[in-house]
Design a protein. Sequence first.
Lengths: 193, 311, 531
Amino acid sequence: MTSRPRSRTRTAACLIAVAMSLSACGAGRGTPTATDRVVEVIAPEDRRDVEPFTGDLLDGGRFDSTSMAGSVVVYNVWGSWCAPCRTEASALRRVSEETEELGVRFVGINVRDNDASARAFEDSYNIEYPSITSDTSSAAVLAFGPALPPSAVPSTLVVDAQGRLAARIVGPTDYATLTTIVTETAAEADTSR
Amino acid sequence: MIPDEQTLAQLSDRLVYSAIAVYALAMLAYAAETAGRVAGVSRIAGAGTVGTAVTGPHDRSRLLGAVATSLTVLAFLLNLGGVVTRGLAAGRAPWGNMYEFVLVCALAAGAAYLAFLSRRPVRAFGVWVVAIVLLALGLAVTVLYTPAGDLVPVLDSYWLVIHVAAAITAGGVFTVGAVATALYLVRHRQERRSTGDAPKGRYAASLPSTRTLEQVAHTAHIFAFPIWTFAVIAGAIWAENSWGRYWGWDPKETWAFITWVFYAAHLHAQATAGWRGVRASWFALAGYAAFLFNFFGVNLWITGLHSYAGV
Amino acid sequence: MTDLDTKTTVRSHPSTGQAPPSWGWLRWAWRNLTSMRTAVVLLALLALAAIPGSLFPQRNVASDPAAVINYTRDNPRISPWLDRMGMFDVYASPWFAAIYVLLLISMTGCVLPRSRRLWQSVRSDPPPAPRNLARLEGHRTWETTREPAEVIAAAVAYLRSNGFRVVATGKEVRAERGYLREVGNLAFHLSLLVFLVGIAAGKLVGFEGRVAVAEGGTFANDVSQYDAFSPSAWTDVDNLEPVSFSLEQFDVSYQTSGPNMGQPTEFAAMLAYRAGGGEEQTITVEPNHPLDVNETKFFLTGNGYAPVVTVRDGRGQVVSTGPVLFLPLDTDNASEGVIKVPDAQPTQLAFEGLFLPTAAVGPQGPYSMFPDALDPQLVLTAYTGDLGLGDGVPQSVFTLDKDQLNQVRRNGQPITQALSVGETMKLPGGQGTLTFDRVSRFANFQIAHDPGKEITLVAAVVLLVGLTTSLVIRRRRLWVRVRGAEGGESRIEVARYSLTRREPPRDEIEELVTALGGAAPSPAPSKESSA
């Protein structure tokens, strides 16, 4: 069996290459754009429609974006593994509660996660609004594709009552930014009605 | 009855060892022949002729040369048999790891030498080509030996067969080109130095004329260079198929590029006034050195994507 | 640029027109830059400049993205200097670019004038015979009683049928062959330019990326979903191909016997994918067989294990369940990984350890004997406390920040437990449990989009054909001269001039002589004998 170590080197190099490429993936996933946060509010005339999408919800049931027609919807892309998501969780919860009476709806888009961890996260931060499961969130991610830069977890996307992308926040949001954008978008929905 | 894989693999190993033994005899015969030729030169030189090729009856030397060439043919056939049985044993093209690669490259060098010998007076190359082949085969069976077997999945591609076959063919012909170039340099030096009646470098004087050596080297290079180009392109296509990019400056790719550029520089230098001949030859030798380094150095010392094709 | 095998050496180009004196140095510089000598020097420099890139680790190049970082850590003294000289980025460094840009200019400056000259020479007739044909190679002469016009007509017919371009005067026939050589030569050099345009297109518009997906996991082709994404200057990241897929199943098998035992024999990733708004389709992606959606290709380039675990916290709630990526450490796939459970209550939980597909215990502790999952074990130690995620600083999913974590101990000893499938690790004090449910795998995909590829490929093919043509074809001129002599006898002379260094076909002249009714060939000069 003198040959065994030799044939091993071959696979070794292959595997090392794999391991290394993955270790970079670790770094990639560990460094979202928290530092270079983007906040962009789009003027009504420049807004583009968001393609309709569907997905399964963490608490069971099915989500269809067309059922949200007529409402301002805030989509939050998140994962329980993502540290900045934790810092913004309470702001999201607070804005969702305060703007409920304005008819604003909140929907989470869970990515690269497992459902149990995601539910535990919602449990920890008392998130009441629904979230699309990680396994079925591809369609939602693709629908917002152009608005999401690399490593864009967390990101918050505001869709106006006409189903167009009105604002995006890449990186963790804070209460003041979010509540301003959401209430303004909700207000224009009222005036246009 | 069809022999099973293990029998074939054993047969292959035995054929390779036999090839080594016969090549060793061929080298001895060539060396003896060379010695005879050199002695002949000094006799002629003593008679006042310098720098011309040897003519006249040197029957023993000629006989030795014929014996050496016959032995080389035999060793080549044994090498061929070793490669073929290896391929049958593994059930694939027999150039999937470095051991097999060296085996086939030795075969290509032998073939290139014999092909040249059939049309040009290049028997003086014999001792060197056979020495290189012997060295390569010796290294293959001692350091690089890998038992016959399947390939790792990423190497399972017909582009591998094409890419490596082209690289091996080019390598074999480059070897003859490099021997011719080196001998050209030796001979050139001797011709330049030997003024008048004082012969210097009896070995060099026994070599074919610089003109013949240069032409053989040139023919070898212009034959091998497009094949090498093709090997690089085929490798790029395979890389594209397998890793999604056709060029990534992997060490293997880099040295293939360096080899290519040196040979390109050589061919250009051959067409440049003042560079033709000696200076241009050094570029060809640099190209061959890069080829050898790519073959051995990169596989053994530098890790890259190609390393799993290695030892 | 140059003809790679020509006898006539071009050292500089004839200057065209009169230039003001101040342009003198520019003309001088241009002439030197486009000279063959400069091309040779630049080629040699290019070869030498490429060498350090294979010796030092390279950014954005090698299979190992961490190579430069590791090298810098191991060699803190010289690394900054090497970095300043661009040694970690050779192929994107200014000095490497300077060499190839100069080479390209040199080449273009030579190709274009030569194309013009080729165009002229193709349209002009072969030149007249030199006065003294006897000095040329293969000169033959003989007397004949045939009429000169008859001989000339026969020579023209013979040479034409042999592919020569032929012009006849009353006294001589001028023939030339092998124009394709220069055509091939120019095609080679011009296609080299197109080749580089193709590479540039890919480098400017394409992208490369990487993602690891566990069995059952999904991926959407959006930059936000990549583990690593390397766009080019003009990559349209907003309009990536709308593809998504889920990794349904990932089969890996290994040789279980024989000399190459443990060598992988199969990698097959079954994907269910959806392109655009289309129907869901399935495909098996293997090495060398990528998923290709409109030139965005997904290559299977790596793999590893992702054990599926379920974690319950102190309340008995399931707080995590699913595959966790473990990174392979050696050829037998011993892998390491961490499991973070930040939402466990009352305390956060974390686990760290090894996954061993075929577990064994040796003197140095547990290890894996074989790469396939024959006897899989998860060897873990546990932590409680604060994972440090709450302050919003991003973390790698493969490492634990142990600053505020405490190792779980029993009787003062840290507990380490080896779990087989189905087994559960119970933390003391009812802080939680971890169950090893089953083994699954992850696949690593390399995603590439390179729109300039077709241009590059076509250029490479033209390059190869041009190169081969320019090296194989031998350009030469042949002349047949007939001089009428008194007494009705004519004197015929035949000679050849080769424009390439390689000898033209040997028998060409003899065949021509025979065709013209010449004498039997004189004994050929004996071959040079060296043996």
